[in-house]
Design a binder for this molecule. Structure first.
Ligand code: PSU
Ligand code: MN
Length: 306
């Protein structure tokens, strides 16, 4: 497998020395955020991860190579080029064989991270069971990857563009721990809370590291989700943002947008309708997740030393 991967030299060294490394996805760069905020986000998140004692590794497909860590030029291309493929698990072999430029989703980033030996990954939100599932069968490949691939994913919950209770049911069936960070309810991305209770809670990175260690020792396989609420000061009003999400979903239906285009369409429409407020929130929650992700990676490494 190694023949398809290029690991950035400092990340390669860090992995070799068993130092904490935290992965970042690239669909959020190419399809989730506008330019230039997307580039700034990656730079800032990289800084946050380094400041907290870990190594950041953005993952993408560049001219058919799986890149673990990007050059400035790779990042600029992913952030600006028009025809960057959104690479889900189904697209990975194709994108590599065709030497394409591709942005990896949560699912594919987890797969590539595990391939490179990276155990931690931060993002904004995960994909899940879409609303209207019984008609469309639209369930993100992210959930199946979480079921199978042993990587810890830190996110700010799932937004109400998804069917949240069904997303939680799916994760339960697949045996994926969904742990609220300092919260008892599922965070809803743009807002700190949702009406949905979680069964598991942790209040420190050390606690999370301990849970991850036990899970690995027991060879339980699959991922682990840390649900980290957006900081209070950036949280949007739940009723307000849910109304906008409903409008965006109606527009998607009217314009017959589905499949891989649905999530990017909804994100962009929500940014327009909130006049950038949702974008602000999105950026702050990713920063917040980067900090926690690095702290967990560092705490996990300290456990192994101890
Ligand atoms: N949720 C967000 N922002 C995102 C995504 C999800 O709040 O940018 C991206 C992630 O890359 C995720 C993908 O893996 O969308 C899910 O797409 P789909 O629903 O098509 O599986
Ligand atoms: Mn889908």
């Amino acid at each position: 497998m190694k023949q398809y991967i290029d690991i950035y030299p400092d990340i390669e060294t860090a992995l070799h020395l068993n130092l904490p490394v935290v992965a970042l996805e690239s669909t959020i760069v190419s399809h989730g955020l506008p330019y230039p905020e997307n580039v700034h986000m990656v730079m800032r998140v990289g800084e946050i991860i380094r400041r907290n004692g870990a190594y950041p590794a953005t993952i993408a497909i560049v001219d058919g190579r799986i890149k673990i860590g990007l050059s400035k030029e790779d990042l600029e291309r992913l952030a600006t080029e028009k025809n960057v493929r959104k690479v889900s698990r189904r697209d990975l072999a194709y994108a590599i064989a065709k030497k394409e430029l591709g942005a990896t989703t949560v699912a594919t980033t987890m797969f590539c991270a595990a391939l490179a030996g990276i155990k931690f990954f931060v993002t904004g939100g995960i994909g899940g069971v879409h609303r209207g599932y019984s008609q469309t069968m639209d369930v993100s490949a992210d959930l199946e990857e979480l079921a199978n691939t042993e990587v810890t994913v830190v996110c700010a919950g799932a937004k109400a563009i998804l069917d949240l209770p069904r997303t939680l049911e799916y994760l339960e069936t697949k045996g994926v721990p969904v742990i609220g960070y300092q919260t008892d309810v599922l965070p809803a991305f743009y807002s700190r809370t949702s009406p949905h209770r979680l069964n598991l809670r942790a209040d420190s990175p050390q606690e999370l590291a301990e849970i991850i260690r036990v899970k690995r020792d027991l060879d339980l396989r699959g991922g682990l989700l840390v649900m980290n609420p957006i900081p209070e000061e950036y949280s949007l009003d739940e009723a307000y943002i849910n109304r906008i999400i409903d409008e965006a979903i109606t527009e998607a239906n009217e314009q017959a947008i589905y499949g891989k285009d649905l999530t990017p369409f909804l994100l962009k429409t929500i940014v327009d309708k909130t006049e950038g407020q949702s974008l602000e929130a999105n950026l702050h929650l990713v920063d917040n997740n980067a900090k926690l992700g690095a702290e967990i990676a560092v705490a996990f490494q300290a456990l192994r030393r101890g």
